[in-house]
Design a protein. Structure first.
Length: 213
């Protein structure tokens, strides 16, 4: 992608990954991007508190507010167009993105997942459920993945991954804390690569171009 990233962050909860991306922008680690809208299905989302503190426009939008999927998607799309959004970052957003929006933002929607995709992804694999599954599997390594979003859960090509060890005495909570630190590292890094035009998508393969940072 060329030009500045105008990012909409979608979040359902506290927004810690949103905060990590925002801090990277504010400190200059990401220079060619701005967050222009925060979207949530949850009116009490902590992400809205962060948005308010930083004067970022907010949109609370939930399917229950609308009679049809078409009305919901049309209203959401109109808001994205109004704020000139050209890139979407899902940061703990608990709803599936409609295929019409996925197609409109092809290769310009990313998500952070708390495991090493393609393992431990798909329907039902979110939050503590992921870490419970990792521990139950007896895997020695977990981690986090930033991936492009397509029309299936956790299916799009992986952009970045980083591993963490799974300790013998780990609980889902302790593992989640270790993975979250990695999320906060690689998600801003992935956004930086996109903002600098260093990501090329070739089918299901992501190529990082010439990055020496």
């Amino acid at each position: 992608m060329s030009g500045k990233l105008n990012i909409a962050v979608f979040a359902s909860g506290r927004g810690s990954n949103f905060k990590a991306i925002l801090e990277a922008i504010k400190t200059g680690k990401i220079q060619n991007a701005q967050i222009v809208l925060v979207v949530s299905n949850n009116s009490d989302a902590g992400a809205f508190d962060i948005a308010c503190e930083n004067n970022i426009p907010e949109l609370h939008i939930n399917r229950k507010q609308f009679g049809t999927d078409e009305d919901f998607n049309s209203t959401l799309m109109s808001s994205l167009e109004k704020h000139r959004v050209n890139f979407i970052a899902l940061a703990g957003y608990m709803k599936k993105i409609d295929p019409t929006i996925v197609r409109a933002f092809k290769n310009c929607i990313v998500n952070i997942h708390p495991a090493l995709l393609p393992k431990f992804g798909g329907g039902g694999m979110y939050g503590m459920h992921v870490h419970e599954a990792v521990i139950a599997s007896k895997d020695k390594i977990s981690g986090a993945s930033v991936h492009l979003v397509d029309e299936e859960y956790d299916h799009g090509p992986v952009v970045l991954q980083e591993t963490v060890p799974v300790e013998a005495n780990d609980t889902p909570f302790t593992l989640s804390e270790r993975v979250l630190k990695v999320e906060h590292k690689i998600y801003p890094e992935a956004i930086r690569l996109f903002s600098e035009g260093k990501i090329k998508v070739d089918g299901r393969k992501v190529i990082i171009i010439n990055d020496e940072s």
